[in-house]
Design a protein around this ligand. Structure first.
Ligand code: FES
Length: 91
């Protein structure tokens, strides 16, 4: 993924914004990333990715924490996640 690709689709929050927020605010827990434009407070799809950003950004010399997939693959995986959630809610 590239820095301006979205991590949270529900609130249009790009990776770059989350990364800088995590680095600048020295967060103590992953859920504090929701203070960055509401990331993670919608469908829940991006929460595992927010956790990874938090974990990596907390390191002294962090490597890149962007998901190692393309933006298109990420968007497609989210659609599958939403479809499966919809199926679970039917029963
Ligand atoms: S994609 Fe982040 S809460 Fe839905």
């Amino acid at each position: 993924m590239k820095p301006d690709d979205k991590i949270c689709y529900c609130y249009d929050v790009p990776y770059r914004k989350l990364w800088h927020f995590a680095r600048r605010h020295q967060l103590s827990r992953p859920s504090q990333l929701s203070e960055c434009l509401g990331a993670g407070t919608g469908c829940g799809w991006c929460i595992p990715f927010l956790r990874r950003i938090f974990e990596v950004a907390s390191q002294e010399n962090p490597p890149d924490a962007a998901p190692p997939i393309t933006a298109e693959e990420y968007a497609h995986a989210r659609q599958a996640y939403l479809a499966s959630a919809e199926q679970r809610n039917k029963f």
